[in-house]
Design a protein around this ligand. Structure first.
Ligand code: NAD
Length: 662
């Protein structure tokens, strides 16, 4: 405290934010002068602070007694008295530029010249406010999140005149308060958090308005797929629709390129303001009574998470390119300011920057909105091959990802997955005996690698794999072909028998041998654009790498015959209906969806996955008595593992299990 030269602090405005900010300073040992316009308001603020401290004390989160902390807070309705002896001033009066400027102009007269002034404004330019004072270099933004005692993030905003010393002091002060500061180097509307937040909100709103997506489904997707604590509409209700509308409008007036959300305007005009009025996008039991909207675990799974987040990733690129904030600080902002379980760079690099650009281009063309134009930084990254995790570089570098190039495939070890990429894009990744051998070799190379919990097979370019190389069939003898088919079959059996789950990420054509590889995998996720089929009859031959058998087992003899006898291609959506694939997603969301499945599977006990896979695969072939015996025996094996002991213990102790694969 003393190293910063700050002992006494004025907090001007004792409302929602001001009383919480005063509490935070007092808890950290600062003397606080809390000022507002009436004794009533101040009394109320003091009661709220005491209540909050008592709650924290009951939870054992205070180092000192409540009375000791309360004794540090003095109240006054006199601005001159509030500021005359302070080293630091935080302004938290209502969001009105003239009002704030008046407060600062007056405070500037009475506060010691060395005192630093900060504003908690969400939307008013810091530079403009600082111009009301004669201490522009000692003036910054200090944007706390609501409620200040609980939310860790503080945005520290540099105005046009703010000195480095002032920024450093405010940053250090935020740390002394137990907060995590991020520096916003340019005074841009919405700083970091609101810019990102409203990109997501406005895209969510667009999907509802322009595409008829259901509000509750979109919120469900945000929770169930993206893992966010609240969906965009839930959060809007929580923040207050009038406040949200006000913030968006203020940001747009200052140059934030966006289209407003008509739903917000409409609800606000009807007095439906969200939780505070008892109704907004959802209905609540009464004004101010929050109840979390009910969402089922399988709800929203068909919506596109990458499309919803792409505008926020575009914003991330803009903020970095404009030098507003570092990637680290932006990630920190969404984790701590919005409670996202991941940072934006992490999301973008996992989804693939090429896919983000693709999603933005699609959004731009369906909406006709200029703000969806991909940022030059994203385009530059894509042009230079910085596509995210899959190329080892994106917003971040991933030196730990290992890549091994074979002649016809690539093996990429990106724990917890190993990716086998069929890699002859100019030949639609046609299957050859060499490719089959390389797949088998790659599988064996990572089989005992404990970091690898899941294997993904996918294709580079437009195809997953468009079938076997036809050259192989010319002038071949029956015996040669018998052996060749056995060769391919042993590769598919290797996949099927593999001791780890294998996912087929069907990015494009999966025909003939391609579909046969995919069908040997445990799970199949297909891009909306993929086409699947067993077209062998068109050449006068039949499937030979398991197609006639696995297609029949995945579907039924009728569908299998329909596809094999006609040799026709079907869409991924039709394949989903037939049970050939588990999930269909937009092309730009495939990588993200696959990684999501990988994470899910990787969190499970590896031996149990292996045993379950064996029990299922064996059971498909065996008579029921035999397969039930198999299941019981494998259950016996499963219970003997350390992971089973851990799983049962964790369940009883109500904690997340940690599986090691032993
Ligand atoms: P609020 O209306 O709850 O509180 C403002 C307080 O300032 C009131 O108690 C009011 O009586 C007092 N006040 C009015 N004129 C005054 C004056 N001349 N001198 C002293 N006090 C005066 O508002 P709030 O939600 O606490 O917002 C305060 C600031 O914090 C705004 O700039 C807002 O944009 C920002 N902010 C709010 C939130 C939020 O979630 N509420 C989050 C971050 C930032």
């Amino acid at each position: 405290m003393s190293t910063l030269g700050i002992k006494r602090v004025a907090v001007i405005g004792a409302g929602t934010m001001g009383h919480g900010i005063a509490e935070v300073f007092a808890m950290a040992g600062f003397e606080v002068n809390l000022m507002d316009i009436s004794e009533d308001i101040l009394r109320n603020a003091i009661n709220r602070i005491r209540d909050s401290l008592e709650r924290l004390s009951r939870r054992g989160e205070l180092r000192e007694g409540v009375d000791v902390i309360m004794a540090r807070i003095r109240t006054t309705t006199d601005l001159a008295r509030a500021v005359s002896d302070v080293d630091f001033l935080v302004e938290a009066v209502p969001e009105n530029a003239e009002l704030k400027k008046n407060v600062f102009r007056e405070a500037d007269k009475y506060a010691p010249p060395h005192a630093i002034f900060v504003s908690n404004t969400s939307t008013i330019p810091i530079t403009e406010l600082s111009e009301a004072t004669n201490r522009r270099d000692k003036f910054a933004g200090m944007h706390f999140m609501n409620p200040p005692p609980l939310m860790k993030l503080v945005e520290v905003i540099r105005g046009k005149y703010t000195s480095d010393d002032t920024i450093n002091t405010v940053v250090q002060l935020a740390r002394v308060l137990g907060k995590e500061p991020v520096v916003v180097n340019k005074d841009v509307p919405g700083f970091i958090v609101n810019r990102v937040l409203f990109r997501v909100m406005l895209e969510a709103c667009r999907e509802v308005v322009q595409e008829g997506v259901k509000i509750v489904d979109l919120d469900a997707m945000a929770r169930n797929v993206l893992g966010l604590p609240m969906g965009p509409f839930e959060l809007l209700d929580y923040i207050g629709l009038d406040t949200s509308l006000f913030i968006v409008k203020a940001m747009m007036e200052r140059g934030f390129r966006a289209h407003p959300c008509p739903l917000l305007e409409e609800l606000v005009s009807k007095g439906k303001l969200g939780v505070k009025s008892g109704e907004g996008f959802y209905k609540y039991p009464g004004p101010g009574q929050y109840v979390k909207p009910k969402i089922l675990p399988e709800q929203g799974l068909d919506l596109d998470p990458v499309r919803l987040m792409a505008p926020a990733i575009n914003e991330l690129a803009w903020l970095i390119r404009e030098g507003v904030a570092t990637a680290d600080d932006i990630d920190k902002s969404v984790r701590l300011g919005l409670n996202y379980p991941w940072g934006l760079t992490e999301f973008a690099d996992e989804a693939g920057l090429d896919n983000i650009v693709d999603a933005l281009n699609t959004l731009k063309s369906v909406s006709g909105w200029e703000e969806y134009e991909p940022d030059p930084l994203l385009l530059e990254y894509v042009k230079t091959g910085r596509l995210g995790r899959k190329t080892g570089k994106g917003f971040r570098d991933y030196p730990e990802i290992e890549e091994r190039r074979f002649e016809e495939i690539i093996l990429r070890v990106d724990p917890p997955a190993a990716w086998i990429i069929l890699n002859k894009p100019d030949k639609l990744n046609v299957l050859t005996p060499r490719m089959a051998d390389e797949i088998v070799n790659a599988l064996r190379m990572v089989e005992d690698d404990p970091r690898v919990r899941v294997v993904v097979i996918t294709g580079s370019g437009r195809a997953f794999c468009a079938g076997a190389d036809i050259n192989q069939f010319q002038n071949a003898t029956p015996i040669q072909m018998f052996k060749a088919m056995r060769h391919y079959q042993s590769m598919t059996l290797e996949i099927e028998y593999y001791t780890k789950p294998v996912i087929a990420a069907i990015n494009g054509y999966a025909l003939g041998g391609g579909l046969e590889i995919a069908m040997a995998c445990d799970l199949r996720i297909a891009s909306e654009e993929a086409l699947l089929g067993q077209p062998e009859v068109n050449l006068g031959i039949i499937p030979g790498a398991g197609g006639t058998q696995r297609l029949t087992r995945l579907t039924n003899p009728g569908i299998s015959k329909e596809l094999i006898l006609t040799g026709k291609q079907i869409s991924a959506t039709k394949a989903l209906e037939y049970g050939i694939v588990n999930r269909v997603v937009p092309k730009h969301a495939l990588e993200y969806e696959v990684r999501r499945w990988v994470k899910d599977l990787a969190s499970k006990p590896p031996l149990a996955l292996m045993l379950a896979k064996y029990a299922i695969n064996y059971g498909i072939e065996a008579p029921i008595w035999s397969s039930l015996n198999g299941e019981a025996s494998l259950f016996g094996v499963a219970i003997s593992t350390k992971d089973a002991a851990e799983g049962v213990r964790a369940f009883l102790e109500k904690r997340r299990p940690k599986f090691t694969g032993e």
